[in-house]
Design a binder for this molecule. Structure first.
Ligand code: SRM
Ligand code: SF4
Length: 579
């Protein structure tokens, strides 16, 4: 057994000596000889919203030529509740060409990523992002990340409160350090003051902290996947308070039994005005007790596991100055992806457009970037990013909706009615060639895998089934694979673990259905299940639900561990028995 780590990790050391995230980032930026940052600054750079990457497609050829890696930077822009004005969207589009690789990527947490930014352009890009009143601060790093909120821009008291709360949490937990402003905006270094970070202190959090806000009838943001969250409880069409959840998380490592993916636990119910403080209190418990020795064991879910849920709840109670009541029972909810036309509640409409794997780009067949810019320019409409890597145009009248549809068609973009369910609800993480942790393709291969599954579902008469298929290039879980009906998790090039048994609602863990399958064998491996599903599904029953019924499972499994073994052998005889 591996020896338990007790000393603070290297990253904790970098934070301590960084003077609140300054390190020597500024010096390296100014040094024309340096094409990259050293390890300690690299870690600090994440808090500023940037990752140093290299083009992995070029590694081999550059090595052969005796060259080093082709370094560039990923930038992540945190957008609370995924909201963008028309003018911010225009700026994003412009900067994609000016500084990045010509694409804008909508993330699974309603943020934006640019890839391929050169070190020499990094400062100017960040500066311009800030001039457009957006920020990359705390989009990554050991802090509170982008705060999500259900995307539907519905104008009523409930949804207004959800968005307002998401923005308030983001402001409340934003790092206070002036380092960001000094390095990227002002260029002038001030002397770090003591106590510059009254909440975080000099070591910030043990690891990332993710939270979101939603309502009981729309789990658009997959709230059970995060460290903490607020679910609006509605009674008689009014928001009466928040159910608080904590301890969700989907990152894990194959073959490491002490890592696990987990659905968040129920903590309790708090008043509307106590939502923001609840997220802060949970973050404070995490800050004070989280594991700072082993980063693989540092997320809040592991702390709750070590403390025990009851002790964690008691600590939450102890630290709150407000009333924490028992969890209010709420119905299980489905996910609404908000694609197509919807009423906004103020006489206007919003319109959702599907973006394959979140990548807004132009290619030979479809011109998403051109179409989106045209829509924003013509209709001057605000944009909301969804947790399914897509976007919504808001504040449209009937003529505006017609115009959106016309522009989409002119640019080769399918309307939602023309998409198969297999594609519409699919997601994939970026993986190759930018992600340094990828061991298999994801974004570049997922469309092809979806086509294969789409075809098989069609042959079996299953076009109507609503299911989510997700792919990631490694087990870290960036496209939330472990709660999907079907998921592919990269093991090595062209080889994936195949998971089955989650569902769109995001409230149940899937099983490892088949281990280490070649991508080309995926359909064959899924076939026994798909065929029996086609024959024996109940009306409206999803694929994951069917799978759970065949296994005779009751209730939703909340945890998937890294030691899980493939269950195909268990389910196969039961599928055969069905006849
Ligand atoms: Fe993620 C790391 C991309 C959502 C769990 N994630 C990474 C990095 C930064 C790779 C790295 O550390 O070098 C990836 C950048 C790739 C690239 O080239 O752009 C990356 N993660 C993404 C995004 C862009 C995927 C996407 O398709 O949109 C998502 C950005 C979200 C955002 O806007 O903040 C993204 N990452 C997630 C999610 C899903 C979610 O939060 O809804 C998860 C699982 C949930 C969770 O956190 O438990 C997730 N990412 C991870 C992990 C595993 C963390 C863990 O607890 O073990 C890593 C690795 C790490 O942190 O060391 C990681
Ligand atoms: Fe990279 Fe793995 Fe996340 Fe995909 S799941 S983006 S491969 S870290």
């Amino acid at each position: 057994m591996a020896k338990k780590k007790t000393e603070p990790s290297k990253v904790e050391g970098y934070k301590v000596v960084s003077q609140n995230l300054r390190g020597t980032i500024d010096e390296t930026l100014k040094n024309p000889e340096a094409d990259r940052f050293e390890e300690s600054d690299l870690q600090l750079l994440k808090f500023h919203g940037s990752y140093q990457q290299d083009d992995r497609d070029l590694r081999k050829s550059r090595r052969a030529e005796g060259l080093g890696k082709a370094y560039s930077f990923m930038l992540r822009i945190a957008l609370p509740a995924g909201q963008l004005t028309a003018s911010q969207y225009r700026d994003l589009d412009r900067m994609a060409d000016e500084f990045a690789n010509g694409t804008i990527r909508i993330t699974t947490r309603q943020a934006i990523q640019y890839h391929g930014i050169l070190k020499t352009d990094l400062r100017e890009t960040l500066k311009q992002i800030n001039e457009s009143l957006m920020t990359t601060l705390a989009a990554c790093g050991d802090v509170n990340r982008n705060v999500m909120a259900t995307a539907a821009p519905i104008k009523d008291a409930i949804h207004d409160k959800v968005r307002e709360t998401a923005h308030a949490i983001a402001a409340d937990l934003r790092p206070a350090t002036k380092a960001y402003y000094e390095i990227w905006i002002d260029g002038q270094r001030t002397v770090s003051t003591q106590n510059e970070e009254p909440f975080y202190g000099e070591t910030y959090l043990p690891r990332k902290y993710k939270c979101g806000v939603t309502v009981q009838n729309d789990n658009q943001i997959d709230i059970y996947s995060y460290d903490a969250g607020l679910i609006g409880v509605i009674e008689n069409d009014e928001l009466i308070g928040w159910n608080v959840v904590a301890g969700g998380g989907l990152g894990m490592s194959h073959g490491r039994p002490n890592t696990f993916a987990q659905i968040a636990d129920k903590i309790g119910f708090v008043a509307i005005e106590d939502g923001v403080a609840s997220m802060r209190v949970i973050a404070s418990i995490y800050r004070d007790f989280g594991n700072r020795a082993d980063r693989k064991q540092a997320r809040l879910k592991y702390l709750i596991d070590t403390m025990g849920l009851e002790e964690f709840k008691a600590e939450f109670d102890k630290r709150t100055e407000f009333d924490v009541q028992p969890w209010r029972e709420i119905p299980a909810v489905d996910i609404q992806d908000w694609m197509g036309k919807h009423e906004q509640g103020d006489g206007k409409f919003f319109y959702g457009v599907y973006v394959e794997n979140g990548r807004v780009k132009d290619d030979e067949t479809i011109q998403l970037r051109t179409a989106f810019l045209k829509i924003v320019n013509e209709l001057e409409c605000a944009v909301v990013l969804t947790a399914q890597q897509s976007l919504l145009f808001q504040d449209l009248d009937e003529a505006g909706v017609a115009r959106v549809e016309a522009i989409l068609k002119e640019h080769g973009i399918k309307l939602v009615e023309e998409l198969s369910n297999a594609r519409r609800y699919a997601m994939a993480c970026p993986a190759m060639p930018t992600c340094g942790l990828a061991v298999a393709e994801s974004e570049r291969f997922s469309p092809e895998m979806i086509t294969r599954i789409e075809n098989r579902l069609s042959e079996l008469g299953l076009d109507d089934t609503k299911l989510t298929i997700r792919m990631t290039g490694c087990p870290n879980g960036c496209a939330r694979p472990y709660t999907a009906d079907i998921a592919f998790v990269g093991r090595r090039p062209e080889v994936y673990h195949l998971f089955v048994g989650g569902r769109l609602a995001g409230d149940r863990m899937a099983d490892l259905y088949a281990a280490d399958i070649k991508a080309d064998d995926a359909i064959e491996t899924l076939n026994p299940l798909l065929e029996q599903y086609a024959k024996h599904r109940n009306e409206g029953e999803g694929l994951g639900d069917f799978y759970q019924r065949v296994l005779g499972r009751e209730g939703n499994r909340a945890r998937l561990t890294g030691k899980e073994v493939a269950t195909f052998e268990d389910v196969q005889p039961r599928l055969v028995q069905l006849g």
